[in-house]
Design a protein around this ligand. Structure first.
Ligand code: NDP
Length: 454
């Protein structure tokens, strides 16, 4: 296929764009997708997948310590080689790039290599090729945002962190969101000295406050130098190192500065404004509940719309859009009770409302929490504590928020998210028999309500 008119033209072959293209093609549409970088987008190339591989690597040292401290293994101090890890990771990502290509080709989607620019409500240009389409989807994702400060160019973002030539001995991480805490865990676990700065009083704004405090305590116990109410004002070269000046006037000397200070929708230079597409203040494409922009033939999904910047959400939005446009079944994506995990050290798993949000929405709530040392660590020197929390609407007794900090939080909360999505009550949690001995069973055995005064 090398046509000048298609039913559906997708800009961006990331998680959302690829899924939309494949679903539309499966529904019988003629589809082309343009991509100027590697297939798979952020998640596959510089996000979820390589991040999780590095997170696995970052656990090994502590697991070896547990094995020798408590489980009778005798092992020498591990010798870690960063270039080997990065080479193995790169090989896996290239394999995934190939899988994405084959999936698109097998679905009959034409892959157009290059940067696509809108030239009208139904027209795009890629290089010197002009195409028209009944529907256009913008799924260009986001890009790391770096604050403007003297010497900022000496720092890197997550994009570059995945390809560092060597493991930095000292790392300064700026920011307090998902990416900042995940990279703090990766570098610390692999052996770097890590300082993490967050400009506010407590990182992970938007998460449950107890979860935030618990994670901060655990990270500090592990030896991450967390500094809240602190930011960087200037970076300067110091031989092969970088000297960072902080807001209190102090300085720190490090080998790498990682800005994890948010991501911006990638909408510049796409011809959006010229085509009449309305953008929000942060550059995001404004869409209605069916992911349609202010121009009826142009749609947008995923990070570029800045709704919920998560891969599975982009995929969900893609499937809803394909149903709406090509399967005769208008379907609005559902952004309620979306579970997520932060692969921090230890990880967070969360679904539903925080305690504060639940109090605002329902007024009276019941809160159940538990903090405990996992069975595994009764034999090790590891003092890690696991935290679990249920937030219950008092009137209906529905569990409206479930949060945990501890090993396998993502795996555990994924299952419980089904119960929350189904509107399960506390009594139904209690009627569920636990699996013993696990950490997860705690979530069905929480009996003591926190007194209202606390
Ligand atoms: P976030 O928006 O989560 O965090 C950005 C952080 O940077 C915040 O702590 C913010 O502070 C801080 N910040 C912003 N601007 C500045 C500044 N000028 N100076 C200092 N600090 C600043 O963005 P991330 O980049 O971490 O992640 C982007 C999105 O990607 C996430 O929101 C998430 O949706 C997704 N993601 C999901 C993952 C997962 O599911 N595990 C993993 C990684 C990313 P403040 O709070 O004060 O605004």
């Amino acid at each position: 296929m090398n046509e000048s008119h298609v039913d559906f033209f997708v800009i961006g072959a990331g998680s959302g764009g690829v899924r939309a293209a494949r679903m539309a093609a499966a529904a019988g549409a003629r589809v082309a997708v343009a991509e100027e970088r590697a297939l798979g987008g952020t998640c596959v190339n510089v996000g979820c997948i390589p991040k999780k591989l590095l997170v696995y690597a970052s656990h090994v040292r502590a697991e070896l310590a547990d094995a020798t401290d408590g489980y009778g293994f005798r092992a020498a101090e591990p010798d870690f080689d960063w270039p080997t890890l990065i080479a193995n990771k790169n090989q896996e990502i290239e394999r995934l790039n190939g899988i994405y290509q084959r999936l698109l080709e097998a679905a009959g989607v034409e892959i157009v290599r290059g940067r696509a620019v809108l030239t009208g409500p139904n027209a795009v240009r890629v290089g010197d090729r002009e195409l028209t389409a009944d529907h256009i989807l913008v799924a260009t994702g986001g890009w790391p945002a770096v604050p403007e400060l003297p010497g900022a160019e000496l720092g890197i973002t997550s994009n570059e962190a995945f390809f560092l030539r060597e493991l930095p001995r000292r790392v300064l991480i700026v920011g307090g969101g998902y990416i900042a805490v995940e990279f703090a865990g990766i570098f610390h676990g692999l052996g770097s000295e890590v300082i993490q700065l967050y400009r506010g009083p407590l990182f992970l704004r938007g998460f449950d406050d107890e979860v935030r405090r618990h994670l901060a305590d655990e990270m500090r116990k592990q030896g991450v130098d967390l500094r809240f109410g602190a930011n960087v004002t200037e970076l300067a070269e110091l031989g092969s190192a970088i000297r960072a000046t902080l807001t209190d006037g102090s300085t720190v000397d490090v080998d790498t500065v990682l800005f994890a200070t948010g991501r911006r929708p990638l909408t510049e230079g796409l011809g959006l404004a010229e085509a009449g597409v309305e953008l929000g203040e942060g550059g995001e494409i404004l869409v209605d509940e069916y992911s349609r922009s202010s121009v009826p033939s142009i749609h947008a999904i995923g990070d570029v719309t800045d709704r919920l910047a998560l891969t599975p959400v982009a995929i969900h939005e893609a499937m809803c859009l394909s149903r709406t446009l090509f399967e005769g079944e208008p379907t609005a994506p559902d952004h309620e009770n979306v579970p997520s995990a932060v692969f921090s050290p230890p990880p967070i798993g969360t679904v539903g409302l925080t305690e504060t949000q639940a109090r605002e929405r329902y007024g009276e709530i019941d809160v159940y929490t538990s903090t405990f040392r996992a069975l595994k660590h009764t034999l090790t020197k590891n003092t890690e504590q696991t935290f679990m929390k249920l937030v219950v609407d008092r009137a209906s007794q529905r569990v409206v928020g479930l949060h945990m900090v501890g090993p396998e939080a993502g795996e555990i909360v994924q299952g419980f998210a089904v119960a929350i999505k189904c509107g399960a009550t506390k009594a139904q949690f209690d009627a569920t028999v636990g699996i013993h001995p696990t950490s997860a069973e705690e979530l069905v055995t929480l009996r003591e309500k926190r007194p209202d005064s606390e």
